[in-house]
Design a binder for this molecule. Sequence first.
Ligand code: HBI
Ligand code: FE
Length: 273
Amino acid sequence: MASLPNDPIGSDYVIDQGWSRYNAADHAIWRDLFLRQSAMLPGGACEEFMQGLTGLGVVADEIPKFDDLNAILEPATNWTIVAVPGLVPDDIFFNHLANRRFPATNWIRRRDQMDYLQEPDIFHDVFGHVPILMNPVFADYLQAYGRGGMKALRLGALPLLARLYWYTVEFGLIKTDQGLRIYGAGIVSSRGESRYCLEDGKPARIGFDLSRIMRTRYRIDDFQEVYFVIDNFDQLFDATAPDFTPLYEQVRGFPELAPSDTVPGDSLIKLAR
Ligand code: HBI
Ligand code: FE
């Protein structure tokens, strides 16, 4: 079906990045965000993220052009970045992921939003999410998540599946021989939380457990009170490969957990001191 003549977006919400419309102030905001987050990356972000960032050639100088990123990303893992105007409806979002397209917001935050903003902007989406898509296993995981999302919508299970996205794609930690490292985009793009999640004694860090994650509410207005830690990306992909239909039923039979709750069976990970 053809889109309406006055519909500038299209049914998939994809727009042109409009790179030439960024001004010097926009590029300067990108640069300042990039520089302060880069300072945290050594000893903070996981190796897969670092390799992705370097491999993509994302730098401080200016807001990246999606076409340039795609020229590297697509041959690497068959993902592409498409520009969208902001949050898109769930079904649209999942359809993009299921087709290995990452919808990235095309606008950048204002100076007074350097530390916090409620919606994703291009810095969160490109600096936070895209580098890890250079990793083949994570790339397959995010596609599987998109397929699972379309199914969860049909089953009325989106709130449960959204917790998996939150506690992995956005706020995931990974165990390495050098200690805990970050792979979640929400952390890696946040100045405060990138230190807090690895160093602060307050939040719990719990070994990855799919049904435990689906029972756990999350907060969007403050640093997390719990992080879930994977051993490696294969664990993430393998755990989420099966059909979730019976799991949703099982999880609905258990009480929900607050982010601050711990329960018997949690594998609590202590910080090395
Ligand atoms: N749209 N652009 C964009 N980015 C997201 O992360 C996003 C979205 N729409 C819906 C959505 N996320 C949620 O469905 C998931 O986080 C579960
Ligand atoms: Fe995000």
